[in-house]
Design a protein around this ligand. Sequence first.
Ligand SMILES: Cc1cc2nc3c(=O)[nH]c(=O)nc-3n(C[C@H](O)[C@H](O)[C@H](O)COP(=O)(O)OP(=O)(O)OC[C@H]3O[C@@H](n4cnc5c(N)ncnc54)[C@H](O)[C@@H]3O)c2cc1C
Length: 200
Amino acid sequence: MDKTLCPEGKHVIHVYSSGGEPYEPWEKLKPGTPEYEAYKEERAEVLWRALERCIPDVRQRVEFSIIGSPLAHEAFLRRDRGTYGLAWAAGTSAPYAGMLKNILPFPFPNLKTPVSNLLRCGDSCFPGIGTPSAAASGAICANTMNPVGKHIELLKEASQKDPLYKFLDPGVLANLYRPFVEGLTPSSELRVEQTQEKAS
Ligand SMILES: Cc1cc2nc3c(=O)[nH]c(=O)nc-3n(C[C@H](O)[C@H](O)[C@H](O)COP(=O)(O)OP(=O)(O)OC[C@H]3O[C@@H](n4cnc5c(N)ncnc54)[C@H](O)[C@@H]3O)c2cc1C
């Protein structure tokens, strides 16, 4: 998708398994030790085998590979026991679950904090895990703070930077929806007092 991620003629492949990896065998291991490296290889074997179903000689062709483990998530993302997934319970720190509170079955923190005009974003907030979601939560914060006219301006500007981003151009659609949402942005929900008044 992004041609700058690897040299011409090469490819990046990301393979991962479900989040059911038990933590107990990992917690006995120390990153950097031969035992840890060996266990990583052992647990990644299933991923290699899955990949070989699409690219049979992938192990011969690979130039660089790296394996992430629950300990990596714990170290780099500060996740309890290496968890990585939806509804990481920050529950009580979410003062208000927004319009989705009656639909979502879990207290997933949104952008609001108990402090007026202080927003949060990142993969522990809605919409969740991974860089695309973390970026989306940043975009939600930015969108919340800015009027829709500014969104449209930025989308147009970004779409002209590189042909790769041309798809971002909102085109004539922007003129259609702008009058409908203009009065709603930036979001009034930004102010916690208002939200609390509504809730009471
Ligand atoms: C091994 C591994 C592989 C992954 N693979 C993928 C993948 O293939 N695809 C994918 O979508 N996601 C992947 N992820 C997940 C992805 O990296 C995270 O979901 C994403 O980086 C979270 O973004 P964030 O901005 O919320 O937090 P982070 O990227 O963790 O950023 C938080 C930043 O805050 C800084 N910080 C922390 N405390 C302080 C402080 N007190 N003061 C100042 N700065 C502070 C940290 O140094 C860090 O730079 C992977 C994660 C790991 C660990």
